[in-house]
Design a protein around this ligand. Structure first.
Ligand code: NDP
Length: 258
């Protein structure tokens, strides 16, 4: 069999966090279509099992791993389980996230804790656990390159009133991504950030009803938002570049979102 090329993910393994819905599920499907074996990580195991079955029925290879990535031991165990099962890890998509909006004045501090736990600590736990395996893949793998794609947001580029702590987490993801890119790029682990504008997913539904009514629903009613597949296309583009080309940042917006 010919060795896989950078544009053909056959023989590689990708782990996608937050694969139980929205962007993560679409990304896992798309990477599997490109030939990657995919590890699906999230808390809702029934959803992961259904997606794994769908991918396998379509001729792909998938492993469902239930984990709360805010817990370091669970994040590390998810990476370990994937490596034990598939024998390697070439691609990490840090996609799991939470967006709880609202004013800072009088904010519910517990909402802040939950958001920081997933968007920041979860991403760090997964990245730390995955890096040795990604470095091995870049050293020894057939493509001799590995990838981390961090799903940030337009909210990692621009701050808005009412988005304060979500902005904090996503600006943080952007800074961390660029620092890590510089650290490992010459080892051929590419690290990039993808920043979507509005996408049709469950993300807004986790907000309190008054926030949904004031900040989420009006936007979705007046904007032709992106589909999760639009973001999956972006991730696939980033990880299928030739070894010498690294996409550090990709910003994807709905055309009618100013
Ligand atoms: P969804 O709410 O549809 O998906 C979020 C995913 O994160 C779910 O699969 C959820 O799975 C997972 N998740 C949440 N908490 C945890 C946890 N503790 N451990 C493991 N998995 C967890 O939203 P999106 O698909 O929209 O969000 C994906 C990413 O895209 C996020 O990082 C978000 O910030 C970003 N984004 C989204 C935009 C949008 O408009 N939708 C715009 C810009 C960025 P489960 O509950 O089963 O654990």
């Amino acid at each position: 069999m010919a060795p896989p090329t950078a544009s053909n993910l056959t023989g590689t393994v990708a782990l996608v966090t937050g694969a139980s819905s929205g962007i993560g599920a679409a990304t896992a499907r798309r990477l599997a279509e490109h030939g990657a074996s995919v590890t699906l990580v999230a808390r809702r195991k029934d959803r992961l099992d259904n997606l794994a079955a769908e991918i396998e029925n379509a001729g792909g290879t998938a492993l469902a791993v239930e984990a709360d990535i805010t817990d370091r031991a669970q994040a590390e165990a998810a990476v370990q389980r994937s490596v034990e099962h598939f024998g390697r890890l070439d691609t990490l998509v840090n996609n799991a996230g939470l967006m709880l909006l609202g004013p800072v004045v009088g904010a519910d501090a517990e909402e802040w804790e939950r958001m920081i736990a997933v968007n920041v600590r979860g991403l760090l736990h997964m990245t730390r656990a995955a890096l040795p395996h990604l470095i091995d893949a870049a050293d020894e793998g057939p493509r001799r390159v590995a990838d981390i794609v961090n799903i940030s947001s337009i909210a990692g580029r621009v701050a808005w009133n009412g988005y304060g702590v979500y902005n904090l987490t996503k600006f943080g993801v952007n800074g961390f991504t660029e620092s890590l890119r510089q650290e490992v790029t010459q080892r051929h682990v590419r690290v990039g950030v993808l920043e979507p504008g509005g996408v049709d997913t469950e993300l807004g539904s986790h907000n309190r009803p008054e926030i949904q009514g004031a900040m989420i629903t009006p936007f979705y009613e007046t904007t032709e938002v992106l589909a999760p597949d639009d973001i999956a296309d972006g991730v696939a583009y980033m990880v299928t570049r030739p070894r010498h080309a690294s996409i550090g940042e990709l910003w994807i917006m709905p055309t009618d979102q100013a």
